[in-house]
Design a protein around this ligand. Structure first.
Ligand code: B12
Length: 145
C-alpha cells in the first residue's frame, strides 16, 4: 500500500478574469505535496465538471475575487452536485466574494449551508486554508509490488 499525492482542482467562476489568485493557491497546494489541476481564469462550468469526471480529485478549490462570486457560485455548486457521488470531492471557496470585498459571517454560513465544505474569506484565509489542508486525509491506494 502507498499513499498517492492528493489531487486538487483549482478553478474560478466563468466571469472572473483574475489569474494570480489561482496561481497563488496552486503554489500553496503544491508546496504541501498536492498535485494541482489549475483550470485557469474564466473557468467554464462544464470544464470543472469534466475535470472532476476525468481524474480522481480529492478537493475542488474555487477562488473568485471579481465581486461576482456570491451571485455565481450557487450555479457552479449546483453543477458539481450533479456529478455522480464517487467523482464528487468536497468543494471549498474563498477570495473576495462580494462587490465590497469581504463578506460577513452570515453570508459565510449561508454558503456553508448551501454545501461548501468550507469558506475562506478574511485576511487569515490562507492560514485557515492551510490548517484545513493539514487535516485532510487521503485514502491510501494499493500499488503493484
Ligand atoms: C490585477 C487585477 C486585475 C487584472 C487581472 C489580470 C490577471 N490576469 O489576473 C484585470 C485588469 C484584468 C482586472 C479586472 C477587473 N477587476 Co481586478 N484587480 C486586480 C488587482 C489589482 C490585483 C489582483 C491580484 O492579482 N492579486 C494577487 C493575488 C495573489 O491576490 P488575490 O487575488 O487577492 O488573492 C489572495 C486572497 O484574496 C486569497 N484568496 C483568493 N481566493 C482564494 C480562495 C481560497 C480558497 C483561499 C483560501 C484564499 C483565496 O488568497 C490570495 C493570496 O492572499 C486587484 C486589487 C488588489 N490589489 O488586490 C483588483 C480587484 C481584484 N479587481 C477588482 C475589480 C472590481 C475588477 C473589475 C470588475 C474591474 C472592472 N470594472 O472592469 C474587472 C473584472 C474582470 C473580470 N471579468 O473578472 C476588485 C474586486 C472588488 C471586490 N471583489 O470587492 C479589486 C479588489 C480592486 C478593487 N479594490 O476594487 N483586475
Amino acid at each position: 500500500m502507498s499513499t498517492r499525492p492528493p489531487v486538487a482542482v483549482v478553478a474560478t467562476i466563468s466571469s472572473d478574469a483574475h489569474t494570480w489568485n489561482l496561481v497563488y493557491l496552486q503554489l500553496v497546494l503544491e508546496e504541501r505535496g498536492w498535485q494541482v489541476i489549475n483550470l485557469g481564469s474564466c473557468t467554464p462550468t462544464d470544464l470543472v465538471v469534466e475535470s472532476l469526471m476525468a481524474s480522481d480529485v480529492d478537493l475542488l478549490v474555487v477562488s473568485t475575487v471579481n465581486g461576482h462570486g456570491l451571485l455565481e457560485v450557487p450555479a457552479l455548486l449546483d453543477a458539481v452536485h450533479e456529478v455522480p457521488e464517487r467523482f464528487r470531492p468536497p468543494v471549498v471557496l474563498g477570495g473576495k466574494l462580494g462587490t465590497h470585498g469581504e463578506i460577513g459571517d452570515g453570508e459565510v454560513q449561508r454558503l456553508r449551508d448551501m454545501g461548501f465544505a468550507d469558506v475562506f474569506v478574511s485576511e487569515t484565509a490562507v492560514d485557515t486554508f492551510c490548517s484545513y489542508l493539514s487535516g485532510f486525509a487521503v485514502a491510501p491506494t494499493a500499488t503493484a509490488a
